[in-house]
Design a binder for this molecule. Structure first.
Ligand SMILES: Cc1ncc(COP(=O)(O)O)c(C=O)c1O
Length: 425
């Protein structure tokens, strides 16, 4: 580990949470250099929905490289890019009645968010955007302006310009409809909030603590946007690609966002990001928003293969099935410790156990790692244990991982420890 401590910036994060030197990975398993095998309930923060080194993806990549397929092309036309666009149109967009155009941005999520915000401002000729409490949209400056958690910001960055933060669904308690609140602020010329170009939202806040927006809330948000000529941007970077059970996370709500940002698992494990936009919003001049690494062809090859999981309903059915297994197991844990008032939230195959600000979620994640399971934290105070296994995980491994969590929680809460935890609450 010494080289990482000596040479790598203090900013390093996951290497501290999961202190092993990883070498190989397959499906839902990772192996360190000593050959220890870990179950992955972290999935590269939502990038590995199709698993590590998915064999159909790896095979396509190896073949592509062996035939000297183009790797880097800026935004020149390539066979790999054409194949991806055709597959995405035919398998994802058309069957859902969506006619978005695609923009290939730089390869990370924040690149897609920056692009969406910039385009929305340009099209509407307004600088303000609205985002929600606990939202996470990336850490480059434009995205940081709409990211809630102040851990990522220093006042000196000046990053909060032209953005307002308003309460997400449930933020003000169950009895308060936060869309009514927002509507009043937007309608009232004296509220201090400028009419925004766009509202950006996650349907399930991943980093923010697995906060799930209800279907009605999302529908009301869409209506609000239409009423005031505001663009609705769904940031689906973490929740698309099947995480919530459907390809896009907003499908259940039946809404049609003006723009959608997609990244993480779209590249089948390789870096790739996309902005989807209604065709009339595509008002860029040629080359006006550009960058060197837009559309990496290896990612197109991987992504095209990954989309074959959506050729029929089998994959969605398996997500629903495994999602129920997770929900049932976690509900069992909640029921076992009623005094701890653990909150369970989630959809599809993304779930969170909220232990409150006791530090207990961190203890569970640490103990899980000692038992060869990777699981990360979410929420403003790292209060949520975040279940995000690869969607392709087999049932046996899934149950094994859930059993590890159940066991380590039990061990941490042995009678003498319960007193300790309760005192801290
Ligand atoms: C919803 C959402 N938007 C944007 C981002 C930023 O993506 P990236 O880290 O690739 O820049 C993330 C990352 O976790 C995310 O979850």
């Amino acid at each position: 580990m010494r080289i990482f401590e000596e040479m790598e910036s203090e900013v390093r994060g996951y290497v501290r949470a999961f202190p092993a030197i990883f070498d190989r990975a397959s499906g839902a398993h990772l192996y360190d250099e000593d050959g220890n095998c870990y179950i992955d309930f972290f999935a590269g923060a939502g990038t590995l929905n199709y698993g590590h080194n998915n064999p159909i993806i790896s095979k396509a990549l190896i073949e592509y490289l062996q035939r000297d397929g183009i790797v880097h092309s800026l935004d020149k036309a390539t066979v790999a890019k054409r194949a991806f666009m055709e597959k995405f149109r035919d398998t994802i967009l058309k069957p859902r009645g969506l006619d978005y155009k695609m923009q290939f941005t730089g390869p990370t999520g924040t690149n897609a968010v920056e692009t969406a915000l910039k385009l929305a401002r340009m099209v509407k000729g307004r600088s303000n955007v609205i985002a929600f409490t606990n939202g996470y949209h990336g850490l480059s400056m434009g995205s940081l302006a709409v990211t809630g958690n102040d851990f990522y910001r220093d006042e000196s960055y000046g990053a909060r310009n032209n953005a307002d933060s308003v309460p997400f669904d449930g933020y003000l308690g169950d009895g308060v409809n936060t869309i009514d609140y927002l509507r009043k602020f937007i309608a009232d010329k004296s509220s201090g909030i400028d009419l925004p170009a766009a509202i950006i939202v996650e349907t399930v806040q991943g980093e923010g603590g697995i906060n799930v927006a209800s279907v009605t809330w999302l529908q009301e948000l869409e209506t609000l946007c239409r009423d005031f000529d505001i663009l609705l941007i769904i940031d689906d970077i973490q929740m698309a690609n099947g995480r919530t059970g459907t390809f896009f996370s907003f499908e259940e709500a039946g809404i049609k966002p003006d723009m959608v940002t997609v990244s993480k698992s779209i590249g089948g494990g390789l870096p790739m990001a996309l902005l989807l936009m209604r065709p009339e919003l595509d008002q860029w001049k040629p080359g006006e928003h550009t960058g060197t690494f837009r559309g990496n062809n290896l990612a197109f090859v991987a992504a095209t293969k990954a989309l074959s999981y959506w050729d029929n309903n089998d994959f969605a059915d398996s997500i629903a099935y495994k999602g129920k297994i997770i929900e049932k197991a976690l509900q069992g844990i909640v029921n076992k410790y009623p005094d701890l008032d653990i909150k369970l939230r989630g959809r599809g195959m993304v779930w969170g156990l909220d232990f409150g600000s006791t530090g207990f979620a961190g203890e569970v994640s640490k103990a899980a790692f000692e038992n060869y399971l990777l699981i990360e934290l979410a929420g403003s105070e790292d209060n949520v244990l975040k279940f995000l296994p690869p969607l392709v995980i087999d049932e046996e491994t899934l149950r094994e991982g859930l059993a590890i969590i159940d066991r380590v929680i039990g061990e941490l809460l042995e009678p003498n420890q319960i007193m300790l935890k309760r005192a801290a609450m």
